[in-house]
Design a protein around this ligand. Structure first.
Ligand SMILES: [Zn+2]
Length: 192
């Protein structure tokens, strides 16, 4: 089987955020990323100017292996990647390892996240503000969705936790239970 050269690269934003990717043609890949229309979601999180750097060059037989190596770099570095490079059973194992590692070092990761936020506070606040304005209507709609509580009430979703603590909810539940008992007794008498 013919071998090819695969590259693992990073794209670093002015904000310090890092995207990790793999490619067969590194220069062409950066050009694609820079053309705003074709940027991947993860790269959009980065603040320009962007800087590309090849961090690993190897010979491969299969593209699948290149993606697996890429996923290894994603799992072992702080990066902004949203999409996975490699998914299947092996991918699941990597994911679980990452989760285990996260749970074991939760404090460490929280601290990293906090530090990163504080260092780039203005950037993140601006991002959040833009995001909020872009999705304002969706957020508001979601917040005002009505759902049926187990007591039978229709409640605005964001108020349900509060509602569950009320006397009204408790009384409704008691009434519902008594109604069910009466119905059961009624059925039993009918069946005799
Ligand atoms: Zn209720």
């Amino acid at each position: 089987m013919e071998r090819f050269t695969g590259y693992i690269y990073t794209i670093t934003g002015a904000c310090g955020g890092v995207y990790i990717g793999s490619t067969l043609r590194p220069k062409q890949r950066l050009c694609e990323h820079l053309k705003t229309g074709k940027m991947m979601r993860s790269v959009k999180l980065l603040q320009s100017p962007l800087k590309m750097e090849v961090i690993d060059t190897r010979q491969y037989k299969l593209k699948k292996t290149l993606r697996l190596v890429e996923q290894f770099f994603i799992d072992n570095n702080e990066c902004v990647n949203i999409q996975r490079a490699y998914t299947n059973r092996d991918g699941m194992i990597y994911k679980n390892l990452k989760k285990k590692d996260y749970l074991k070092n939760r404090e460490h990761y929280r601290e990293l996240k906090r530090k990163n936020y504080l260092e780039n506070k203005e950037y993140y606040n601006e991002k959040n503000r833009q995001n909020y304005h872009k999705n304002k209507e969706i957020y508001n709609e979601r917040r005002n969705v009505r759902v049926e509580c187990e007591c039978g009430c229709m409640i605005i979703k964001r108020r349900i936790a509060e509602h569950r603590k009320t006397m009204k909810h408790r009384n409704n539940l008691i009434a519902k239970e008594q109604r069910e008992i009466r119905e059961r007794v009624f059925k039993m008498r009918k069946n005799k």
